[in-house]
Design a protein around this ligand. Structure first.
Ligand SMILES: O=C(O)COP(=O)(O)O
Ligand SMILES: [Mg+2]
Length: 222
């Protein structure tokens, strides 16, 4: 029997350019236990990934701000708080860096994503003033509640599935994965992972990106 899997998208199921490595699609579909897709992306992205892969919709989105598992929706974060940070950031002369049609935030309900091209220092200072924090996923900055993470969401999702979070294997690549890497019973960081994820994971794979993911699930199966 394989254990339930909690897996990040960008940097873990993807190639370096953020495209999904097609080899992971069948690997996820064939995994013989629950798969939870856990991402910083807004909810429609992991839901669509589950549908296109052909597995039940079990997802943690927005870094734990919102989750779906077996027909149940769990909401933890507060988009209004993040919007107040955006207002102050824009009043100070900065912008989120996504252009006019901001698809990164259009369907986001509990936090705000900011482009890596936007300046970080003023964003961190303003978020701090509002009691929020900024996490860097390696692909974007996310302004979020410090009490919400993929780890706190994994605890709730696991409860809904009727298993402890420690029954999961978690695989990720960045600081937004630390909470779930810590709560899972077994954890892997892919070789391209940032320092915080590498430190939180029990094992760092030799392969980068999806190569690392495939290596990790092979190791779990053995
Ligand atoms: O949306 C991001 O910035 C990163 O997403 P991820 O959590 O799937 O790596
Ligand atoms: Mg990632």
């Amino acid at each position: 029997m394989v254990p339930p899997l909690a897996v990040d998208i960008d940097g873990t199921l993807s190639r370096a350019d953020r495209s999904i490595d097609p080899r992971v699609l069948d690997a996820l579909r064939e995994w013989d236990a629950p798969v939870v897709i856990a991402t910083g992306k807004a909810l429609p992205f992991p839901v669509a990934l589950c549908q296109f892969v052909g597995i039940p919709e079990r997802v943690i989105a927005e870094n734990g701000g919102i989750s779906v598992v077996d027909d149940e929706l769990l909401v933890h974060g507060d988009r209004d708080a993040a919007d107040a940070v955006v207002r102050d950031y824009e009043e100070a002369g900065f912008d989120l860096g996504w252009g006019e049609l901001d698809l990164a935030n259009r369907w986001r309900e509990t936090e705000i994503a900011v482009s890596h091209d936007a300046p970080l220092d003023p964003l961190s200072a303003i978020a701090d003033d509002h009691g929020l924090e900024v996490v860097d996923t390696g692909f974007a900055y996310h302004v979020k509640s410090p009490t919400v993470s993929k780890g706190t969401a994994l605890t709730d999702v696991a409860e809904t599935l009727g298993v402890p979070p420690s029954s999961f294997v978690a695989i990720g690549d960045s600081e937004n994965d630390v909470g779930m890497l810590e709560r899972a019973g077994e954890s892997f960081a892919v070789a391209n992972a940032d320092e915080l994820a590498r430190r939180a994971a029990e094992t760092v794979t030799e392969g980068e990106y999806a190569d690392g993911f495939l290596e990790a699930i092979d190791a779990i199966r053995r």
